[in-house]
Design a protein around this ligand. Structure first.
Ligand SMILES: [Zn+2]
Length: 198
């Protein structure tokens, strides 16, 4: 369509973002083109900085700028309860409900037969070690209520059932086939309160 190649390349990069179609990518690229050069530099710097400074918490895999994240290092959290989620963004969703005061563990994925990910590929070693050390009394499995999330929950239940720990599944009131991050705070909060003992 006669636009310079570097412009089309930017559109292509933006179109790869989740939830951004080609049309939106073009609008964003035009917007960037019209931005002040100072603003574009600040944006580029922020993108670089999140890669440089944000890492995985050594204990729970949450995003953190420190070795240990702000939740794991918070003295007011209940340290014997762990809520297991698939991704750091699920922590954000659960924190918004204000119904949970324990710790988290982020799997950084889920079992996915379509993508060839099975239980042995999941990042559970640190979780098992902590449960094995006896410091945890309760585990709330909060993987997504979709097919992959359910397979992951079943795998975890199997792995954890030999340990002396109470296992719960967040599920009640949540329609199957959705993801934790898309559930409204009130429903998610209720699902946490109504957690089902396994
Ligand atoms: Zn942490």
């Amino acid at each position: 369509m006669g636009f310079p190649k570097i412009f089309s390349e930017l559109v292509e990069s933006i179109a790869r973002f989740p939830g951004v179609g080609r049309r939106s990518a073009e609008r964003i690229a035009f917007y960037i083109l019209k931005m002040q050069s100072q603003e574009t530099k600040a944006l580029a710097r922020r993108i670089e900085e999140i890669h440089k400074f944000i890492k995985s918490c050594r204990l729970c895999n949450n995003f953190s700028t420190q070795d240990i994240c702000s939740i794991c290092s918070d003295a007011k959290r209940e340290k014997d309860i762990i809520c297991v989620v698939e991704e750091p963004k699920d922590i954000m969703a659960i924190e918004k409900t204000a119904q949970y005061r324990g710790l988290y563990y982020v799997l950084l994925g889920s079992i996915s037969p379509l993508e060839g990910v099975d239980g042995e590929d999941l990042n559970v070693r640190k979780l098992i070690n902590r449960i094995g050390s006896g410091e945890i009394t309760e585990v709330i499995i909060s993987t997504d209520p979709d097919n992959d999330g359910e397979l992951t929950a079943q795998f975890l239940i199997q792995k954890l059932s030999s340990y002396n720990v109470k296992i719960y599944r967040i599920a009640i009131g949540i329609p199957l086939g959705t993801q934790i991050e898309y559930i409204d705070s009130a429903t998610l909060g209720k699902a946490l309160l109504d957690k089902k003992a396994i």
